[in-house]
Design a binder for this molecule. Structure first.
Ligand code: ACO
Length: 334
């Protein structure tokens, strides 16, 4: 049965519970030196990444999504049976169909929830939060569980040193609902399909279904033009962050914490400079996890809250950028 809101819409939608999970297995830069021709100094100076987490073979995106979801539901004190909407943002679903969200729903016992996946690559969790916010603002649903989860290690070419050093596995989750104070004050999203070829995985879809040829040509792995992605990411994220600050009628100095997509320290530094957000207000944990794509903003928010970097009343800007191309921001008061 489709859940129908029993509550009138509130003017503000916020986060009422956060969760995360990263697999225990750590892959350091020194470990990578044994796999490809790279070194710790190159990786740290170009990206800021020291280590990342990777799942054991057989562990799926839905597995780690469920673990993050349990934490978020517990923090929100929400029984999974009372969940109305469940969105999983991922570029690495368990399979093309059914959606990973349906697999997660079943395991959580969230039988009343409407479920779908959202494909916006690294912008996925921000896109999913803005999408859920719209459903919650109309009063169509009372609450939503957003999960950003990725097992990128299954889609990375471990012989390609220009990409394999950048990514990691992980999941972040949040429960959203109407709130009496704080909540989301402004949002911004954008897309540019003309630059799709900058970051893509050619194989496995209808264009290049799996075949001996597609496997021989390594089409089932991520491909990226790193230099171009870098430039566009800086411009798009900075401009998007500036827009949400303006939309909320605030100034950069009113933002207490900036939670960018955790791709690369140099991208983040350039975004902060262009958006006039001082670096000391920028939260970063990419040194420990690398780029976890759709999971990155939620994992960073979770840890920023746990560490007391984000406290009640703070204005937080989350900004993301990913394949598509896609970008988006939201400004929320914690
Ligand atoms: N170890 C050692 N050397 C390497 C490695 C490596 N892992 N990777 C590449 N190199 C070499 C290259 O082969 C090249 O050698 P050459 O000069 O002999 O040809 C040299 O290092 C320089 O390569 P560049 O590509 O110019 O290095 P750059 O300074 O641009 O850094 C990087 C590359 C880190 C990928 C950068 O372009 C970047 O961060 N781009 C953004 C990519 C990104 O974050 N994507 C994530 C997805 S999108 C998003 O989340 C925002």
């Amino acid at each position: 049965m489709t859940p129908v809101s029993r509550h009138p819409p509130s003017r503000r939608i916020g986060i009422i519970g956060l969760g995360m999970h990263v697999p225990p297995k750590v892959l350091t830069n020194s470990d990578l030196e044994k796999i490809v021709d790279t070194n710790d100094e190159w990786i740290q100076s170009r990206t800021g990444i020291r280590e990342r987490r990777v799942v054991e073979p057989g562990t799926t995106t839905s597995d780690i999504a469920c673990l993050a979801a349990h934490d978020a539901l517990k923090a929100a004190q929400l029984d999974p049976r009372d969940l109305d909407l469940l969105i999983v943002a991922t570029a690495t679903p368990d399979m093309l169909f059914p959606s990973t969200s349906c697999l997660v729903q079943h395991r959580l016992g969230a039988s009343a929830a409407v479920c779908f996946d959202l494909s916006a690559a690294c912008s996925g969790s921000v896109f999913a939060m803005v999408t859920a916010q719209q459903y919650l603002l109309t009063g169509r649903y009372r609450n939503a569980l957003i999960i950003g989860a990725e097992v990128l290690s299954s889609f990375i070419d471990w012989t390609d040193r220009s990409t394999c050093v950048l990514f990691g596995d992980g999941a972040g989750a949040c429960v959203m609902a109407p709130v009496k104070r704080g909540g989301i004050l402004a949002t911004d999203m954008g897309s540019d399909g003309s630059a799709a070829s900058l970051l893509y995985m050619p194989g496995g879809g209808s264009k290049h279904p799996p075949s001996h040829r597609s496997v021989d040509q390594r089409m089932h792995f991520l491909r990226m033009n790193g230099g171009e992605v870098f430039k566009v990411a800086v411009r798009r994220m900075a401009d998007s962050a500036k827009r949400v600050v303006k939309q909320a009628t605030l100034k950069p100095e009113h933002v207490e914490c900036f939670i960018p997509h955790q791709a690369n320290i140099r991208i983040i530094e350039a975004v902060a400079k262009r958006a006039a957000l001082p670096l000391e207000k920028v939260y970063m944990n990419l040194q420990r996890y690398g780029n976890t794509s759709a999971a990155s903003n939620l994992i960073a928010l979770y840890e920023a809250v746990q560490e007391g970097v984000v406290t009640r009343g703070d204005h937080v800007v989350m900004v993301a950028f990913g394949a598509g191309l896609t970008w988006g921001s939201l400004l929320l008061q914690w």
